[in-house]
Write a protein that binds this ligand. Structure first.
Ligand SMILES: Cc1cc2nc3c(=O)[nH]c(=O)nc-3n(C[C@H](O)[C@H](O)[C@H](O)COP(=O)(O)OP(=O)(O)OC[C@H]3O[C@@H](n4cnc5c(N)ncnc54)[C@H](O)[C@@H]3O)c2cc1C
Length: 369
């Protein structure tokens, strides 16, 4: 079967690219290795710009995609030196349920969706792509003119399209992350995402407290290290906000692509574009949904705009993605990068006290700047 565009990965980046192309009349195939809905380790905080992109592309989100409560105000940072900083969103954010959201986006994007299909090989020529995938142990094949690789942090498409880049820059930047969910409560306003910069340890701890559920995420290397990091975080939260946990936790392991910390992105090559975390679009604080949507839309637009021209979409994409990348880099030099301009960082960076200055230095170090 021949398609105009094959999209690998039905996360926000892939669904947005598929939506952009299908709405312009392109015949699109969207493949995902899991049956939908599938779980994704994610806190579910959607920034105002992410919300705008989603609603513009897909209309208002159905209730099943929203968490309870859905209102999201921004990020509250706690440091173990005693500092506490409210960093509000510039507009209205949302708390979403990732499994339901991604399944809705796939249903509504207008592409032919094949879930439970794991892509095992891609071959990319000029205006020609062949994709091999496994569906219930059967090997199948599809052909397309263009490809969008939106298959997440450990992208197979990125590995196959630019193997050297992947080996040199992506592999060393992959970071294991664990999200652990408990029953529990704490003295915490659910509308804020919590972040903790502890004096010891490596990354930033993140947490939410919502409707009797507590979610905590930490990133760092091997299991014994993240377990220690998680214990430190929950001890800190029980002292600071009276966190009380019950029952057996549910753990979800994931991998994040932190390539952008070093200012690197992989936008693909020729007729194959990469979007979302496959390309390295991940905010240094760990937020990726908005950038996945933005890059997916851009990848779709670049393919649509270059179709019929004798030039591969990669050149358009390189040029048009630059403002997003530059805005990000410029922000990081002066103040802690984050949410690409969507969080108001001034309550923190304008503070002159010693505690705030020390906390800010510690945060910069953690964000890799
Ligand atoms: C613990 C944790 C918490 C997070 N919290 C937030 C948050 O609160 N807010 C936020 O904005 N971001 C958050 N993020 C980041 C965010 O989840 C990701 O950046 C975002 O999901 C990236 O979207 P994507 O579309 O690029 O990839 P993904 O959402 O990862 O989607 C990739 C898809 O590709 C499919 N796939 C992979 N390989 C193949 C293959 N070979 N064949 C077919 N399909 C394949 C996968 O099944 C998956 O469905 C968090 C991440 C983690 C790990």
């Amino acid at each position: 079967m021949h398609y105009d565009v094959a999209v690998v990965g039905a996360g926000p980046a892939g669904c947005m690219a598929a939506r952009e192309l299908a709405s312009r009349g392109f015949k699109v195939l969207l493949l995902d290795k899991y049956g939908l809905p599938r779980e994704k380790a994610c806190m579910g905080l959607l920034s105002p710009e992410g919300r705008r992109l989603l609603e513009e592309g897909f209309g208002p989100l159905p209730a099943e995609c929203l968490a309870e409560p859905a209102e999201a105000l921004g990020v509250k940072v706690l440091s173990d030196g005693g500092g506490e900083y409210l960093l509000p969103f510039s507009g209205e954010g949302l708390w979403v349920r990732r499994a339901s959201l991604d399944a809705f986006l796939a249903r509504a994007c207008g592409a032919e969706v094949r879930d439970g299909c794991r892509v095992t090989e891609v071959t990319v020529g000029r205006f020609y792509v062949r994709i091999r995938f496994l569906h219930e142990d059967d090997e199948e094949e599809a052909e397309a003119t263009y490809l969008v690789g939106a298959d997440g942090a450990e992208s197979l498409v990125a590995r196959m399209v630019r193997p050297e880049f992947y080996r040199l820059h992506t592999l060393p930047a992959l970071e294991r992350t664990v999200l652990v969910l408990w029953e529990g409560e704490a003295d915490w306003d659910s509308r804020w995402l919590g972040m903790v910069a502890l004096a010891r340890g490596e990354g930033l701890g993140r947490f939410f407290v919502r409707a009797g559920t507590v979610g905590m995420a930490v990133s760092c290397g091997e299991e014994h290290r993240w377990q220690r990091e998680l214990d430190t975080l929950s001890e800190f939260l029980s002292r600071r906000i009276g966190l009380a946990l019950r029952g057996e936790p549910v753990r979800m392991l994931s991998v994040s692509n932190r390539m952008a910390r070093g200012g690197r992105f992989n936008l693909g090559a020729g007729s194959a574009l990469l979007a979302g975390e496959a390309a390295g679009f991940l905010d240094p604080w760990g937020f990726g949904i908005r950038l996945a949507l933005e890059s997916g839309k851009l990848a779709g637009e670049c393919i649509a705009d270059s179709a019929g021209e004798n030039v591969t979409p990669h050149l358009h994409y390189l040029r048009r993605a630059r403002p997003v990348l530059e805005m990000w880099a410029a922000r990081g030099r002066k103040r802690p990068a984050g949410m690409v301009g969507e969080l108001d960082l001034s309550p923190w960076s304008d503070e002159r006290g010693r505690t705030a200055r020390r906390d800010l230095r510690s945060l910069r170090r953690r964000l890799g700047r």
